[in-house]
Design a binder for this molecule. Structure first.
Ligand SMILES: [Zn+2]
Length: 127
C-alpha cells in the first residue's frame, strides 16, 4: 500500500504473511503429519514509489532500495491475526527506519501522519 504524509510525500509498505508448517512424526512407516504452523508477517517499507512496476502487487518482495523490513512472529500460543501482524510489522519497519539517517529516516511526527493515513485506508485495522 502507498502511505502519504501531510506534505504529500509517498512511502510504500508491503506485507507478506508466511507460515512455517510444524510436522510431527507419527510412526516409522507413516509420513510426518502437519500439526500446525508458525505464522509471521513481514513488512517492507521504503520512501517513494516502487522501482518495480508490479512491486505494489502480490507477495513478490519489492526490490526498491533503500528499504527497511519489520517482522512480527507469532509464538506457538499466539493466534495468528493478519491485522495484528500487519500493524506490528509496519511499526517495526518504520521504527527501524527511525533509528537510521540512512537508508530511510522517518521521524516520529511523520510516522504519526503515516499511521493516520494507514487507518484512513484500512479502517477495519483500527481495532
Ligand atoms: Zn516497494
Amino acid at each position: 500500500m502507498i502511505l502519504r504524509d501531510k506534505s504529500g510525500n509517498e512511502y510504500a509498505a508491503h506485507f507478506r504473511h508466511i507460515e512455517i508448517p510444524i510436522y510431527e512424526e507419527r510412526g516409522f512407516s507413516e509420513a510426518a503429519v502437519k500439526v500446525g504452523g508458525l505464522w509471521s508477517t513481514e513488512c517492507t517499507f521504503h520512501a517513494g514509489r516502487c522501482k518495480r512496476v508490479d512491486g505494489e502487487k502480490g507477495d513478490l518482495p519489492c526490490e526498491t532500495s533503500p528499504r527497511q523490513t519489520g517482522v512480527a512472529k507469532c509464538s506457538v500460543r499466539d493466534q495468528f491475526k493478519r491485522v495484528t501482524g500487519r500493524k506490528l510489522a509496519l511499526q517495526r519497519a518504520m521504527r527501524n527506519s527511525g533509528f537510521h539517517i540512512h537508508p530511510v529516516h522517518v521521524s516520529k511526527e511523520i510516522r504519526k501522519e503515516l499511521w493516520e493515513d494507514y487507518f484512513k485506508q484500512r479502517p477495519k485495522d483500527k481495532v
